[in-house]
Write a new protein. Structure first.
Length: 127
């Protein structure tokens, strides 16, 4: 009985590590939100992610060709967060995404000075 309890405890401790998603790769989709002037916008987003442990690096941008470096990227279970700054206009965006049913979905919040943009993101892995 003691062995069974130890085996059960081992499975409970190690199972989450095996179930964690590897987010490395290319992801494509869009974000939809409200611009600072109140207009609704939908834009393409393309992510190239490198996932090692709890660290997330790579790049993000509107297309595979136009990318900016990910800063302070983190993975916590099935959630990823990171910052990306567009050096062309100084806009800093924070993305907070959760993995479910093959999608990374969540929030996109960008700001430049007093102007703010919030949006919903939905990306899927590029095959």
């Amino acid at each position: 009985m003691k062995r069974l309890a130890l085996l059960f405890a081992f499975v409970l401790v190690t199972l989450p590590a095996f179930a964690a998603e590897d987010f490395s790769g290319k992801w494509s989709g869009s974000f939809t939100g409200t611009a600072p002037d109140g207009t609704q916008i939908t834009e393409n987003i393309f992510l190239i992610l490198v996932h090692k442990g709890t660290e997330l690096t790579g790049s993000a941008g509107p297309s595979e060709e136009k990318q900016w470096k990910i800063q302070t990227g983190k993975v916590d279970g099935n959630k990823v967060t990171f910052l990306v700054e567009n050096p062309d206009n100084g806009v800093v965006a924070r993305l907070t995404l959760a993995f479910a049913e093959g999608h990374l979905k969540g929030e996109f919040a960008a700001e430049k000075g007093a102007e703010k943009l919030t949006a919903k993101v939905d990306v899927t892995r590029v095959k």
